[in-house]
Design a protein around this ligand. Structure first.
Ligand code: ADP
Ligand code: ADP
Length: 234
């Protein structure tokens, strides 16, 4: 079963801007897809839609259908979405609470009502998986951009979402930190079967880590296929 199935979605912001036009998009479990295309082509709006954010947060009008795991997104409640779908934005400074590492990692787990015992287990697991122990005694403010973004990813994954959405996740990072971040994302996909969608302007940073490219233009995909095919097409 497809994780996400967007069928003929047209989405217009309250400003009258139609950001998605008759857009079709679907994603199988474990797939990693890069959303490419010029600025303003609808990538972020699609990510918001996949996250269940577009209609509620921005108003506007939505036509068409979006199914998450076969269920109409309109019927999924906020707490369910918080469990199922994780999002990483471009600026870790805005996403982190900036209190302390452990606080960041438990925040999402508290939100979904994890028991203290379960939180303890997951905390150990996530510290190990993301190799965060070396950062434990450093104030978050002093971490590099790449380290901060890694903490964001770890905190998001502590909730164990099935779908991970990344909105320009490497734009604040230097090339090496970007590659490290993308390696982590790839590992999550390969080892844990997490389904991943990445919107990113800097294609060269993401292409080595994905199998599929969906190129947007004017509100819908104009190309959808493998990386080699995309490089030939572009
Ligand atoms: P991309 O991520 O590819 O740059 P967006 O989804 O951000 O594209 O934007 C698609 C279109 O929707 C653009 O014309 C943009 O100006 C418009 N848009 C995006 N966000 C908003 C918003 N919050 N309110 C009104 N219009 C928006
Ligand atoms: P992105 O391409 O990643 O969406 P932008 O710089 O286009 O980044 O948008 C930054 C913010 O401005 C977003 O929150 C978006 O919703 C908002 N935005 C973009 N276009 C418009 C618009 N035409 N009207 C109102 N808000 C907009």
């Amino acid at each position: 079963m497809a994780v996400c199935e967007v069928k003929k979605i047209t989405y217009t912001y309250p400003t009258g801007e139609t950001a998605l036009k008759d857009c079709d998009f679907s994603l199988e479990r474990g797939e990693t897809a890069l959303l490419a295309g010029p600025s303003g082509s609808g990538k972020s709006t699609l990510l918001r839609l996949l996250a269940g954010l577009a209609p509620e947060f921005y108003g506007g009008t939505l036509a068409g259908k979006y199914l998450y795991m076969g269920q109409d997104m309109r019927n999924l409640a906020g707490p369910e979405l918080a469990r199922e779908i994780g999002i990483v934005f471009q600026d870790p400074e805005k996403q982190l609470l900036m209190t302390g590492l452990e606080r960041e990692l438990v925040f999402g787990m508290e939100n979904i009502g994890c028991s203290p015992a379960e939180m303890g287990n997951r905390l150990d697991e996530i510290m190990g998986y993301f190799d965060l122990s070396p950062l434990l005694n450093i104030p978050l403010q002093q971490l590099s951009g790449g380290q901060k973004q890694k903490v964001v990813l770890a905190a998001v994954m502590a909730v164990r979402p099935k779908l991970l959405l990344l909105d320009e996740p490497t734009s604040q990072l230097d090339p090496q930190a970007a590659a490290e971040f993308m390696s982590l994302v790839r590992r999550l996909s390969k080892q844990q079967g997490v389904t991943v969608v990445i919107a990113e302007q800097r294609l060269e940073r993401v292409l080595p880590f994905v199998e599929r490219v969906v190129h947007f233009h004017d509100g819908c995909p104009r190309f959808d296929g493998g990386v080699q095919q995309f490089l030939h097409w572009a």
